[in-house]
Design a protein around this ligand. Structure first.
Ligand code: FES
Length: 156
């Protein structure tokens, strides 16, 4: 065997080991959850109310507002969607992949501005990661609607 063969063989052996090592390191870091860099906001117990009559964008099913409520959701906006005639749901805009910002919804989904994770704004799977970048579902906040007073209460 020539020295050129030996050096090639040594090179391939070394790179093979590096590839295996790199695979092990990647696997090791993913075992903790590659898409689980969850950055949920702790619940504060704050209640924020909206008067339906004062929210033009929420007058029809599918309508939404994207708004920050100071002191809640780490001061980041939430998206409130009228998901049914008498039902409203609220999701954080804090993307659970790498903390991007989920944008205003369109066609039943809201998309993150960083890597395009898609989250449902539909009644049945509100806040669920439904496409694009894989990520945990968005944090949602219990949202109540009092029909008699027309008040929407978001529980942060
Ligand atoms: S941070 Fe939202 S998809 Fe990556």
């Amino acid at each position: 065997m020539t020295s050129q063969h030996q050096s090639r063989r040594t090179f391939l052996k070394a790179t093979g080991q590096l590839t295996v090592l790199s695979g092990v390191l990647t696997l090791g870091s993913c075992l903790g959850g590659c898409s689980d860099s969850t950055t949920s906001v702790p619940l504060t117990g704050n209640k924020v109310t909206l008067t339906l009559a004062g929210e033009a964008a929420l007058q029809t099913v599918g309508g939404f507002i994207r708004r920050a409520f100071t002191g809640n959701n780490n001061n980041l906006p939430v998206i409130v969607v009228r998901t049914a005639d008498k039902k409203f749901q609220t999701m954080s805009t804090l993307c659970q992949h790498e903390s991007g910002s989920v944008q205003a919804p369109s066609s039943g989904k809201a998309v993150c501005n960083l890597h395009a994770a898609q989250y449902s704004t539909a009644e049945g799977n509100f806040g669920a990661n439904i496409g694009g970048q894989s990520a945990p579902n968005l944090q949602t906040y219990v949202t109540e609607f009092n029909e008699s007073t027309g008040v929407i209460t978001i529980n942060f």
